[in-house]
Ligand binder design. Sequence first.
Ligand code: GEK
Length: 239
Amino acid sequence: MTKKDDIFKTISGPFEFNETVATVFDDMIHRSVPLYEEIILQQARMTKKFYRQGTRIYDLGCSNGNFTASLIGEMNDREFDLIAVDNSCPMLELYNKRIAAFKTSGKITSLEADIQDIDFENPSVIISNLTLQFLSMEARETIIERIYNSLSDGDIFLFTEKTINGSKDLEELQQEFYYRFKEENGYSQIEITRKREALENYLIPETVEAHIERLNRCGFKKIEVWLKWFHFTAFICRK
Ligand code: GEK
């Protein structure tokens, strides 16, 4: 049973994926990311559809394993090879404990590493759900270029990001509706404000256009926004 996220009721300061956050992660992500379950489920289904036997799936920023759990369910008896990467030790400890309890025909390897430092060996699906947003702009460009180069034609890169709108009006609208969503999920004004301040300069969102331009520069030409809820945008890119 996951603990309730009340971190910002009492503290303020910069955000990090430490033990306190790991302990409440499931509650936090469900109450902070609209359509989170739907995003995970459809990504697991797309992974199943595009995974080529004998290749690897990479989950960049795997956290406590929600995508892995969903993938195990979707793959059923099918064999697969998944590399799940996260640089937060407490998060990966939760991941390992949780995934060990699942029965699966898949080979699952968890790696405590920075996603910028790993080699992509024979991938057919690479996923980064809400993780690129924590990298610098240069690092985003480098990793997407490497992802593109490591995939073969027809393979996919799935990613979800918090995005912003370049128009002030529409950005304010997104903000308003997002904060309303958080309030409806039980976060108080002070918690919302403190979390926003804590993420400033750490989670750097970009516009959808900026993402598409970068994807194009890195080689991706077939791109679809398959889900969008105000700030939250999920992409599929096919090589
Ligand atoms: C999910 N994908 O449930 N290298 C490795 N891991 C990183 C890095 C990095 N450079 N930066 C951040 N992380 C998950 C949710 S959460 C999103 C992803 C959120 C890790 C970080 O430790 C955390 O576990 C994850 O990326 C981001 O679908 O909490 O907003």
